[in-house]
Design a protein around this ligand. Structure first.
Ligand SMILES: [Zn+2]
Length: 265
C-alpha cells in the first residue's frame, strides 16, 4: 500500500491543508503520461519524474501537490510519425490524448486551484517535445483573466539541460529516483520484426548513471524552489470563478488558432 504524503492535496485533512497553504500558497501540478521508454524502463517515466520533483519541492520549500495528471498530449502532429518509427506495429501502451482534450481539462484544473485559494500554480511536465506550448497558451489566458500566475515548464526547461527520450539523461534521472523501475539487463532486448525494435529507447541509454541523474534532479528541484519563493507573495482570488467564466477563457484560447501539437513540430 502507498504511504500517505504530507504534501499531497489528496492525503491532507482540511486543517492540515489550510495550514500548509497558509504557509506557502503555491500548488504544484505534476503532469506526465505512459509511453514507451524502451524495454528497460517503466512506461510512466515522465509521470514518475514529475511526481518526484513536485513532492520534493513541496517538502523542501512549502506548498501542496495537486492530484497528478497522468495523461498528456500525444499521437498527433509530429508524435504520430515518431511513434511509427520507434515502436512500429507494436502496441505502444500509450496514455495519450489530443491537445483540445488535455488543454480543456487543464483549464478546469487551474480553476480548481484558484478556487481552492492558491496564489500561484507551478506545472512540472515530465513530458517535453513542445506540447508544453499548448499548455502555456491556456495558462497565459487564465492568468490574463485572473492574475493568478501559472508557470509551465518541462523538466529540461527547469534544469537548463538538453533532455532526451529514454536516453542517457532520462534514464539517469529515473535511476536516481526509482532504481527499481529500470532494468539495464534489457538494454539489448529487441522486439520482433515490424515493431521498431527498441520501443523508443534512446541510443545512448547505456550511459545512464544514477549519480548524473541525482545531479540533474537536484538542479531541477532547486529551480522549482526558486520559482515557488518568488510566486508565494501573490494574492488569492477575491471571488471564485464559475464555469461560465472558464468557458469564456476557453473561447479566447480557441480564437488563437491551431494547437502547436497538431503541427509538424
Ligand atoms: Zn520521457
Amino acid at each position: 500500500m502507498r504511504t500517505l504524503s504530507k504534501v499531497r492535496w489528496s492525503d491532507l485533512r482540511p486543517d492540515d491543508f489550510l495550514r500548509r497553504q497558509g504557509e506557502c500558497p503555491v500548488v504544484y501540478l505534476p503532469i506526465g503520461l505512459c509511453e514507451p521508454h524502451g524495454h528497460i524502463a517503466a512506461l510512466g517515466l515522465d509521470t514518475l519524474k514529475a511526481d518526484y520533483y513536485c513532492e520534493e519541492a513541496a517538502t523542501r520549500f512549502g506548498g501542496i501537490v495537486a492530484p497528478t495528471q497522468g495523461y498528456h498530449i500525444h499521437e498527433c502532429g509530429f508524435h504520430k510519425p515518431w511513434l511509427d518509427e520507434v515502436v512500429g506495429d507494436t502496441n505502444p501502451l500509450m496514455a495519450g490524448m489530443p491537445p483540445q482534450v488535455i488543454c480543456y481539462h487543464f483549464l478546469y484544473q487551474l480553476r480548481a486551484f484558484a478556487n481552492a485559494g492558491f496564489h500561484a500554480v507551478i506545472v512540472v511536465s515530465g513530458h517535453a517535445g513542445g506540447s508544453q506550448k499548448d499548455l502555456r497558451r491556456v495558462a497565459d489566458a487564465f492568468t490574463k483573466r485572473t492574475r493568478i500566475p501559472v508557470v509551465v515548464k518541462t523538466d529540461p526547461e527547469w534544469g537548463g539541460y538538453e533532455g532526451d527520450h529514454a536516453g542517457a539523461y532520462e534514464i539517469s534521472q529515473l535511476l536516481a529516483i526509482h532504481p527499481e523501475a529500470v532494468d539495464l539487463s534489457l538494454l539489448k532486448r529487441m522486439d520482433e520484426e515490424g515493431s521498431g525494435g527498441r520501443r523508443a529507447l534512446g541510443v545512448d541509454a547505456a550511459e545512464a548513471d544514477p549519480v548524473k541523474g541525482k545531479e540533474i534532479n537536484e538542479t531541477i528541484i532547486a529551480a522549482i524552489g526558486t520559482t515557488a519563493k518568488e510566486l508565494r507573495v501573490g494574492a488569492a482570488l477575491k471571488e471564485s470563478i464559475g464555469y461560465q467564466e472558464i468557458e469564456e477563457i476557453w473561447s479566447a484560447v480557441l480564437s488563437l488558432g491551431d494547437w502547436w501539437s497538431m503541427g509538424e513540430g
